[in-house]
Design a binder for this molecule. Structure first.
Ligand code: C5P
Length: 298
């Protein structure tokens, strides 16, 4: 079975403060994007999941940054799902990576979420997306949102997820994007530690504005509503992030934001043609760019 493991961007990310468990309470609108790893899941005769990881042709993926299999989130997802459902974790997992590592695009979490969705079918478990998201919370903070799929509001440590739009909502148009990889690996714990932008409570206007603008396909409105509390800390730790943001703005993107804890920066554009113009203008900048679009529905 072959399935895509979509990366995500955070269109908003509000940090609400420290938690006793060392994590932070968040309020974030998460959106899958068209950039994806490919995952092949096959039945194996072994009693433990096996893993192979390769880089897709031309993808900015440094395989030396991938940890050992026992720390891999895709393997962890298979083990957690097997334990929760009393199934043998007899699966071989092959991942072709396209999502950059340490990029704030949730690559490891995307693989884990895709393994949950894929094994649910392969093992005939019949779990709902919300049940998979609940199991995903034991794997990693971004896994529930990506297991639920589509545009999601993520709360708590990341374990509370809800669809941003009702199931039969007419249609939320995709938005074209240019992703820019500043070429630095951003450490999530380091960025959270350095962050000084915390709020007592989330700002309801941010959520209202982003939801309405997304529903209307209003690129300018989404650009005005986008916000990431972690961006200042990440820019201070990794100045390349600020340079990538400036380059993307100068190249004509409508709105620019860092995703998650960085380092990837994305720019909203009005059309694929506009995206190609922005990519062309960035050609001499030294930054790696990818044209993509949001995937608002599952
Ligand atoms: O859960 P995950 O492994 O993705 O989190 C990586 C790191 O990010 C955590 O160890 C923590 O430092 C930070 N984090 C946080 N609050 C969150 C999510 C992640 O502080 N809600």
């Amino acid at each position: 079975m072959k399935i895509p493991a979509r990366a995500k961007i955070n269109l908003t990310l509000e940090v609400l403060g420290d938690r006793p468990d060392g994590y932070h309470d968040l309020h974030s609108v998460v959106m899958p994007v068209s950039v994806a790893d490919s995952i092949v899941l096959e039945h194996s005769d072994s009693s433990a999941p096996s893993l192979s990881v390769t880089a897709a042709d031309g993808a900015p993926v440094d395989l030396s940054k991938i940890g050992p299999p026992e720390k891999n989130l895709a393997v962890k997802a298979a083990l957690v799902l097997a334990a929760e459902t009393q199934h043998r974790p007899d699966v071989s997992i092959s991942i072709e990576k396209r999502i950059p590592l340490g990029g704030g695009l949730g690559g490891g979490s995307a693989d884990a979420a895709a393994v949950l969705v894929g094994l649910n079918a392969l093992w005939n478990l019949g779990l709902t997306r919300l049940e998979l998201a609940t199991i995903g919370a034991f794997v990693g903070s971004d896994v529930p949102a990506l297991a639920l799929g589509g545009a999601v509001l993520m709360e708590g440590r990341g374990e509370r997820v809800s669809p941003l739009f009702p199931p039969n909502f007419v249609s939320v148009p995709p938005i074209d994007l240019v992703l820019v990889n500043p070429g630095v690996f951003s450490s999530t714990p380091a960025v959270f530690k350095a962050n000084r932008n915390t709020r007592l409570t989330n700002d309801a206007r941010i959520l209202d504005n982003i939801r309405q603008s997304l529903a209307a396909g209003d690129v300018e409105g989404v650009s005005r509503a986008m916000d990431n509390d972690l961006a200042d800390a990440a820019r201070t730790l990794y100045p390349e992030i600020g340079r990538a943001e400036d380059a993307l703005k100068a190249a004509g993107a409508v709105g620019v934001l860092m995703s998650g804890s960085g380092a990837t920066v994305f720019g909203l554009v009005r059309s694929p043609e506009h995206g190609r113009e922005v990519v062309d203008r960035l050609a001499g900048s030294g930054f790696k760019t990818v044209l993509a679009h949001t995937c608002p529905v599952v």
